[in-house]
Design a binder for this molecule. Sequence first.
Ligand SMILES: Cc1cc2nc3c(=O)[nH]c(=O)nc-3n(C[C@H](O)[C@H](O)[C@H](O)COP(=O)(O)O)c2cc1C
Length: 143
Amino acid sequence: MNQNLYFLVYVSYSARELNDAAMEQLLHVARHYNKSNDISGLLLHYNDRFIQVLEGPKESVQKLYAKIQKDKRHHSPTVVFEGPIQSRIFKNWSMGYEKVNEKNDLISEDITLLQQLFDGDHSSHPIVRIMSRFYEKNINIDG
Ligand SMILES: Cc1cc2nc3c(=O)[nH]c(=O)nc-3n(C[C@H](O)[C@H](O)[C@H](O)COP(=O)(O)O)c2cc1C
């Protein structure tokens, strides 16, 4: 097991002036940095929202997220999940990127799940689903 592997997922709002050319430039620099720092992941752009997953050594992920938080090309970054992991999911991608729309890559259920994350609705998270089923079953007992 890799003791030090970590992941972080955040959502943010893209800046209006971030066009396709500027995005290409951002990704070019990001992929170079990520390769040099053993970071893998995926960035999705859906309407004016970003969701990005970063994977890598804990210090590298946290150092990169600190930089990303200060970036004026997006705003209001909010972490939705983070923690230690045993292995990577996106190991071949220094930073995958896709501009998502309903027609291409994601099934409608996944768009709905993304929207829930963007809206700060935690009910779709698997662990919250388990716990909310427990809550519904035991709702009459004092917590
Ligand atoms: C949505 C978004 C995702 C980004 N993802 C990465 C990334 O994966 N890797 C990276 O090196 N920079 C990424 N950046 C750029 C960083 O925010 C920052 O510009 C870069 O790390 C250089 O930071 P520095 O000038 O403080 O060294 C991203 C920026 C935005 C807006």
